[in-house]
Design a protein around this ligand. Sequence first.
Ligand code: CA
Length: 489
Amino acid sequence: MQWFHWYIPADGEHWNRLRSEAPALAKAGITGLWLPPANKGIGGANDVGYGTYDLYDLGEFDQKGTVRTKYGTKNEYLAAVKECRDLGLQVYADTVFNHKMAADFEEDFEAVPFDPSNRYNALGDARTIRSWTGFNFPGRNKLHSSMDWHWWHFDSVDYNSLDPGFKAIWRMRDKQFEGNVDLESGNYDYLMGCDLDINHPEVRGELKRWGEWMLDHVGVDGFRLDAIKHINSDFFTDWIQSMEDHAQRDLFIVGEYWTYNIKTLSWYAGHTAGRMCMFDAPLHNNFHRASRASGNFDMRTILDGTLMKEMPLLAVTLVDNHDTQPLQALESVVESWFKPLAYAIILLRREGYPCIFHPDYYGAHYKDRGRDGNEYEIWLDSHRAILDKLLFARNHFAYGDQYDYFDHYNTIGWTRLGSQDHPHALAVLMSDGSAGNKWMEVGKKNTTFRDLTGHISDPITTNADGWAEWRCNGGSVSVWAEEAAITNQ
Ligand code: CA
């Protein structure tokens, strides 16, 4: 589960809430948690965590106007992580390596201005500029790390105090934008703030030391790597190897390369030798489009062009996240009615490592300004009741061979035949249009099944060949499990 979203309250209680909620999560069948960036950001006590200021300040030092972060103090973070791990929940740290913000002092250096919309287009010659690139973290006073950061640890900034009206990306003289990044705007190395020169040996050394410190000091089981399309991919193969060498165990690593283009993800997987998983953004996009199609989406194509289908071993599947939620940067909502269908796909199929989004479990209510400048009030429904049932189905019945029946414009389904350790079968049927029915094989003869979701109350009994005509309601999903096995769990 992604255990946060953009608008959780900035009351400093998030880590404490996690600690008290962890037993219920473990009981519900959650096995891992992606936690937000725990470090201090430019927004101090309100920063979601992506405006990195000091990676070594996890809510421990008086910096940016606060000791705690949006989520709490370092001690509360460590206590929450320990509680989760004691309960068998893995913990993955959100890791922002692309940029730093809110420097402690300005520096003068030479830089060349480039057009933000075309990074090959220089807007003039090199000149002396002044920018906020000096970091000495006075509140931390060299604890945990003695490194200060200067302009030469970055390759570009977007601000010149000597000529603030000149809008440009200022690239340090004699530096290049990194290779092996996304090609939007010509070269998408630069995103925001002070862009780390990931090829600088001191930068690489510091990011390795920080990762090792997170493994030793916090005890995380893996990392969620932010904004990797803006960072040279070569860095990550090296960094991941260092982390696994240090940890002496397998770590879970997932990278956020947000694109709906499977070819781009395939290129990236090749460049990183399959060392990191990736979020299945194309699958999210299919869910989004299907949810907006009022039943006119061709459900046979719901997995087309996705990691789940093309590179299942690397796929981290999700329905929504903190960037796609309403009023956020990449807003592309999966409508509420479709969420049970989408979650059945990520939770009950063999392929992919599924991730539940916090508001889909708990609901959410918030206000913010939209792109049009107007304020909106957002209510997100809790789907906890159905998610708990799908988790129950996943943990007890979603095992073994998978037979697919993606053969109808509205109604698709699949069955799981069970394994040696989990011998019971499962049949899943869904429709984005009117009510559906479909003959599917589960390999269990003359066996009575019940719909775990409760959407259909009548049981279905398989025939002497282990087949049945399964049913679901319109715009709905039904999850059929063996009646005798349900009551035994
Ligand atoms: Ca970058």
